[in-house]
Design a protein around this ligand. Structure first.
Ligand code: 5GP
Length: 114
């Protein structure tokens, strides 16, 4: 485990309200939400970012997306729509070196691709 905020959350060194946890992933609200719903999902094991994914981690990646869809439903943004974002490295604006997935929703998010 590295010395960053998300490692500390996983290690219980920093207390946050965990909104979902299972064998593979943990989810909590973003401290500085960019939309009315802004949830972070992280793996329970340390992975720096998508560049460090190995074949054995496929189940974790699948779980992150599966739980994103479940939480979108739980927080009632599945029908209005939401965005899932994984930033990787500097040009994408990754600030925390611990793989994480953002779920953003609850308002119109604008177009980023087209
Ligand atoms: P990144 O830019 O690395 O993809 O996203 C990092 C996210 O982590 C940001 O949206 C930021 O607001 C969030 N964040 C940073 N520090 C904390 C913290 O201590 N607690 C929580 N819950 N979120 C954090």
């Amino acid at each position: 485990m590295k010395n960053n905020i998300f490692s500390k959350i996983i290690n219980n060194e920093i207390k946050v309200k965990i909104i979902y946890k299972d064998k593979y992933v943990t989810a909590f609200n973003d401290i500085n939400p960019k939309s009315p719903i802004h949830i972070i999902i992280i793996p329970n094991i340390y992975i720096k970012n998508l560049n460090y994914i190995i074949k054995d981690n496929i189940i974790i990646l699948g779980r992150m997306l599966f739980i994103a869809s479940k939480l979108a439903k739980k927080y009632k943004i599945n029908k209005s729509g939401y965005r899932v974002v994984i930033n990787c490295n500097k040009n994408a604006g990754q600030k925390i070196n611990y793989l994480h997935l953002h779920i953003l929703g609850g308002c119109y998010l604008g177009d980023i691709i087209n």
